[in-house]
Design a protein. Structure first.
Length: 439
């Protein structure tokens, strides 16, 4: 594992050199031997694996000699040429003393920043900052972190607030980088400051894809890995990647053996947004992050791709009101409710009473007492902010164990979640603070 003085031993498991590349200058396809399941979108990662190392230097030498094609990440110093200067830039990144670095963020924006970075204004990706242990670099944080998340981000309350879109406060902070600024804030910033605005999907990125393509999981891992390089915290990033991969691979390996027609049929919904909660519910379907967790855990969403849920604000995500009568006709074997909204914050709640109340609400819907899921007591509640975050492996393990208890009897979701709390540097005891899911 590398120390905090360079990137030369970033802690990633060694990967086999990619056997083939796609067309020069445009390829972002993931190689089949990429163990951690993502491409690190930093210029200099010439061979498109998940880290920058000597193999990238070797690859560039092949490109210079004409033996291999360039990739979209080969031009390490971003000067539109592939030459010895790119090799020097890679060596500097490996040592951790590069003067600048260029990367592609989650929204496909190519960003070049001066290094080292010592002043960060943060509106998003706060879990990642905690995981990386970079809170000392924060010179401004979004107001919601200070107001709503004292347990989740205990050190943020002492940091200067920059509101939601206070351009004056952001400029006063003199940031080297601004993470997750809203489009309205960005529009108020001078052009030279706009260049420092980046977006790292580590929350809803479980589904949104970004520069990593359609695989939102890859985007989350890519974002945290890039942040590790930017903030001289690659060792911490590697710890998270290893934790994530360990559990997600276990789920995939075990669930893959289940025939499609034998998977648990699941009805997935969110806390009702309509005042009329008896005849309509807010269902979750294809393209939504919560649905992705259900599918990874081996569940089969009865609404996904059926055309019965409206697309949410032209996002391509099925999310909206449905009639409960159709749910009754489908007779799901399990029900998952996503708890969100007023005061439902996994890290901040003292107990699970709100989750229990939501579960009782679902089970008490007219006719639901005849549904197999309710009769078998297989109604499960997950929290939005505790699940759709870099902590999603914990919730996915929980769901997989709910769906297939015999396959996952050796894994304790609470212990998995506790490991995440430890990575975040929090003293929260998950076994005593059971507000991430219910029951």
């Amino acid at each position: 594992m590398r120390q905090n003085t360079g990137h030369e031993t970033a802690g990633f498991t060694a990967l086999l050199f990619l056997a083939a590349m796609l067309c020069a200058g445009v390829s972002t396809a993931q190689g089949p031997e990429n163990e951690f399941g993502f491409i690190l979108h930093i210029l200099g990662n010439a061979n498109l694996d998940d880290r920058i190392d000597e193999s990238d230097i070797n690859y560039i030498k092949y490109v210079i000699s004409g033996a291999k094609p360039a990739t979209n990440l080969t031009d390490a110093n971003n000067d539109s040429k592939i030459d010895e200067l790119d090799i020097e830039q890679i060596k500097a990144i490996i040592r951790g003393d590069e003067n600048n670095i260029t990367f592609i963020d989650s929204h496909n924006k190519t960003v070049s920043l001066k290094m080292p970075i010592s002043r960060i204004v943060l509106f998003d990706a706060a879990d990642a900052m905690q995981i990386l242990g970079c809170q000392d670099l924060l010179v401004g944080v979004g107001e919601s972190f200070k107001t709503y998340y004292p347990n989740r981000y205990p050190g943020f309350s002492k940091k200067p607030g920059v509101g939601l879109s206070d351009a004056e406060a952001v400029l006063k902070a003199q940031p080297d980088i601004i993470i997750g600024a809203s489009s309205s804030l960005e529009s108020q910033l001078p052009s030279e400051i706009k260049l420092k605005v980046v977006r790292f999907e580590t929350w809803g990125g479980v589904v949104s894809g970004g520069s990593s393509g359609s695989d939102g999981q890859a985007t989350v891992k890519d974002s945290i890995a890039i942040m590790g390089y930017l903030f001289n915290a690659s060792e911490k990033a590697a710890e998270y990647l290893e934790w994530n991969t360990k559990y997600m691979d276990k789920i995939s390996d075990r669930v893959s053996s289940i025939p499609e027609d034998e998977k648990v049929r699941v009805y997935v919904e969110s806390t009702p947004e309509s005042k009329n909660t008896l005849t309509s519910r807010t269902a979750v379907g294809k393209g939504h992050a919560a649905n992705m967790l259900i599918e990874i855990a081996g569940g089969k969403n009865i609404f996904a791709g059926q055309g019965r849920i409206p697309m949410y604000k032209n996002t391509g995500r099925e999310y909206g009101e449905i009639e409960t009568e159709w749910v009754l006709g489908q007779n799901p074997e399990a029900i998952v409710g996503r708890a969100m909204g007023a005061g439902i914050l996994a890290y901040e709640m003292d107990n699970s009473s709100r989750l229990e109340a939501y579960r009782n609400d679902i089970m008490g819907l007219p006719g639901f007492d005849k549904i197999t899921a309710v009769k078998d007591n297989r109604v499960y509640i997950i929290t939005n902010d505790g699940s759709l975050s870099p902590n999603y492996p914990s919730t996915t393990i929980y769901l997989a164990k709910c769906f297939y208890p015999d396959l996952f009897q050796d894994i304790d979701p609470i212990a998995v979640c506790q490991e995440y709390m430890d990575m975040m540097g929090l003293s929260l005891n998950v076994s005593q603070h059971s507000t991430f899911w219910y029951p």
